[in-house]
Design a protein. Sequence first.
Length: 76
Amino acid sequence: MHAVCKHLTIIMETLIINIKTEDDKMLFLSLAKRLRLTTKSLTETDKEDYGLLKAMLEAESGEYVSRDEVMKALNS
């Protein structure tokens, strides 16, 4: 008898869905529970943090900026 090794690839992704009604929210939560998926509701702070991080990553140039330049930009 030969042992067979199968490789299992697990893909974990995050899906963000903007829900408009409480009924839709309950439907999605019910479906997620049935599919044994984890869920998390994002707070307004979570959304703001994500937006800020996204903007910072998009603006990242890799160039060094001195403290004086940063302070000058903040004060203008």
